[in-house]
Write a protein that binds this ligand. Sequence first.
Ligand SMILES: Cc1cn([C@H]2C[C@H](O)[C@@H](COP(=O)(O)OP(=O)(O)OP(=O)(O)O)O2)c(=O)[nH]c1=O
Length: 192
Amino acid sequence: MKLILGSASPRRKDLLAQLGVVPDAILPPDIDEDPKPRELPRPYCARLAREKAAAVAADPDDIVLCADTTVALGRRILGKPADAGEAAAFLTLLGGRRHQVITAVAVRRGARLWSREVVTDVKMKRLSDVELNSYLASGEWQGKAGGYAIQGLAGAFIPWISGSFTGVVGLPVAETAALLAAAGYPLYGETA
Ligand SMILES: Cc1cn([C@H]2C[C@H](O)[C@@H](COP(=O)(O)OP(=O)(O)OP(=O)(O)O)O2)c(=O)[nH]c1=O
């Protein structure tokens, strides 16, 4: 049995390391991340995590771990901004409001799948022009859902969250540990 992390995200590898888990292989899946017409954020996020897990080639006994993080403003999905202009638009929408960050985790072993969605409420302060421009110049918005990363400079913009900090960063570690254990991964050294 091998553990395969199906993710190109260095954050997910680091969060897995927090559980003492080092994947045997990292095989990022390549799937279409476009939402379907009228698709809501939570089902969208859950679908992407499952599709990522299905897209990673693995032996029947291997455990594949994938996740997707989606920022939701009401029914609206804010993906990874294409450019600084879109990042500015997202941060302007998010400032002064509460939004949700959903991370769906999918663990697959052969044809069996275990999955969960973790939803965290996040409040972002309204950003001044100086704050917004300095954040855009930092480049930290690149590759981040909603155009920000709570674990970096944008932490200064977030006075309150309710839910899972590690979920916002990209992999909710408590729920991930439970899913890995369900799939028979020897998380605490015990043999499955
Ligand atoms: C909101 C938020 C998102 N993010 C990141 C986590 C995810 O890497 C990214 C959302 O994109 P995802 O599509 O979930 O993941 P990814 O493309 O980085 O990697 P892969 O699909 O190969 O697993 O946004 C943060 O790092 N901090 C945050 O505060």
